[in-house]
Design a protein around this ligand. Sequence first.
Ligand SMILES: [Zn+2]
Ligand SMILES: [Zn+2]
Length: 395
Amino acid sequence: MALTQTAVAAVKDRISERVDRLRPDLERIGRDIHANPEIGYEEHRAAGWLTELLRGHGFTVEVGVADTPTAFVATKSHGKGPTVAFLAEYDALRGLGHGCGHNLIGTASTGAGIALAEQLEKFGGRVQVIGTPAEEGGGGKVRLIRAGIFQEVDAAMMVHPDTRTQVLHWALAVTHMHWEFIGRAAHAAGDPEKGINALDAFVMAYNGVSMLRQQLKEGARLHGFIKEGGTAPNIIPERTSGEFLVRARDKAYMEELLDKVKNIFRAAALATGCSVNLTFPDEPYTDLRNNGVLAKLFEENLRRLGIQPTKSPAWENAGSTDMGNVSHVVPGLHPTIGIAPADVPGHSQAFLEASNTPRGYQAMTEAAKAMAMTGADLLAEPALVEEAKAEFRRG
Ligand SMILES: [Zn+2]
Ligand SMILES: [Zn+2]
């Protein structure tokens, strides 16, 4: 049943007040997650703290969905209506901690879910907070998609901390490749002719990738590193290994580039006499599709909160996210919210610090409010959900 504009405005006021009252709990959990960083698929404490809060506010919580112990689905429903999902990330970066601010994502989505769910009896429908582990490699959301978690979701949202507040965000498709060259060890002075140099193989591959960069379409990115480069200077390196990422603006071109990169690694193996192993333990991430209907509502709600979003050129500073995969399954939105000055790089010590400041937690509450208000728009006027889905189907 559609609500009048005045009634929706009153609901939004309730939501805003509710998030403000939730802030101490959300901030405490945000600080705990920040102080106890857990990498992908090991986020037991983070998932535990968030689900405890959700249970305490009447959500039915299922932990360990999709055979993933740190994934969860928290649901609250009333009568009939669309399902709005807020996605909670809470994994840390290997070796850095919360340098991507996911402590603020998990808490913002949880706050949005609790605040919106308390208004459900005004219009009916279902609110879910979906705990999605391992965004920084591991593809938690891809696992959840495979397990059918999004089958009954009508719209999915999350907000990512950034240096800017932007409604539209672009993300590159990415594949994560692990590589290994195997040669043969030999005394580097006494028996060099008996050796097969696995480091030479990687240097050739690295240079080959560097040369390929000149011929890339706009926006594509190839980057990686070496983890094992040998064991001693007087031994011909027998084994080298590392990782590479291949990114592009769409999945088809990413796959085309990946074939070229694989050929470069194979060519280096052939040239040196090494063998090469290329493996792909992580799911590829797709590009991110912004749903225009959700974007328009979210932007109006930001302005309602007195926040003027900035508009940067498309694809500027694009990374990758497994929210991209979700946005190819259901109408999705992944705006950003500013928590740090423009010169602070993502995935850095400075961004890690910004993720645990009053400004960061203020942004968390604003993100929670704007998401919950957008959810209220959708539940109060289900025709908007149909519009979002129609746009999604058009592609
Ligand atoms: Zn990140
Ligand atoms: Zn991130």
